[in-house]
Design a protein around this ligand. Structure first.
Ligand code: FES
Length: 206
């Protein structure tokens, strides 16, 4: 029997994060990258973004000045520059990623591709409380999946009014206390699905 070529509509590829993307998923990423390319009219940060940036960086010109001082104009500076944005803003605003692309001479699609390939980089503005659940091996074997699904159900992070950003994170090097979660930069261990929700609520309520 003669082998048949694969159906081109079913082709899949592996992203840098190791996830399997369908053609539709790849098209979505490309559309987002193209949107970023055409967003130069919105290059100035919004009021809410401006309120969160450092005193020094309030617009594209001040960011360009800062990038000129800190990052030589070469391709290898892309990841350090994105980490710098994440540190300054708490996430990667579209306008700031575009300025990084201008500074380093890298296409916006490549900047966006790098930004979405690393779990430690965030392209959405975080909510008031950021909860990260370790889903590396030790935590998974100790019940991290149950914690994650319970937090999703109880905190409703996808709702527009939610106060919580919920993310997965690689190993936080607290494996001896697995399963572990991070709340606003502080790690907590030996949790179960119920105690994790209670802890998050306690921290969020101060
Ligand atoms: S595997 Fe979760 S802290 Fe190491």
């Amino acid at each position: 029997m003669i082998p048949q070529p694969p159906d081109p509509t079913q082709v899949v590829q592996t992203s840098a994060r190791g996830k399997i993307l369908s053609n539709r998923g790849i098209a979505k990423i490309l559309i987002q990258a193209i949107t970023l390319c055409h967003n130069s009219a919105k290059i100035t940060p919004s009021e809410s973004e401006s309120s969160e940036v450092s005193r020094l960086i309030t617009d594209q010109n001040s960011l360009r000045r800062e990038l000129r001082v800190k990052f030589p104009r070469n391709h290898g500076q892309l990841l350090p520059a994105l980490h710098f944005l994440q540190h300054e803003f708490g996430y990667l605003p579209d306008w700031a990623m575009e300025v990084v692309g201008w500074h380093l001479g890298i296409p916006a699609s490549e900047v966006y591709g790098a930004a979405t390939s690393y779990t430690e980089l965030r392209i959405q503005q975080p909510r008031a409380t950021v909860v990260r659940v370790c889903t590396a091996l030790s935590c998974l074997t100790q019940g991290a999946a149950g914690i994650l699904s319970n937090l999703e159900a109880e905190l409703d992070p996808s709702s527009a009014n939610s106060r919580f950003t919920l993310e997965e994170t690689p190993c936080g090097f607290l494996c001896g206390m697995a399963p572990a979660i991070e709340i606003d930069g502080r790690w907590h261990g030996r949790l179960d699905p119920q105690s994790a929700v209670q802890l998050v609520r306690n921290v969020a309520n101060g």
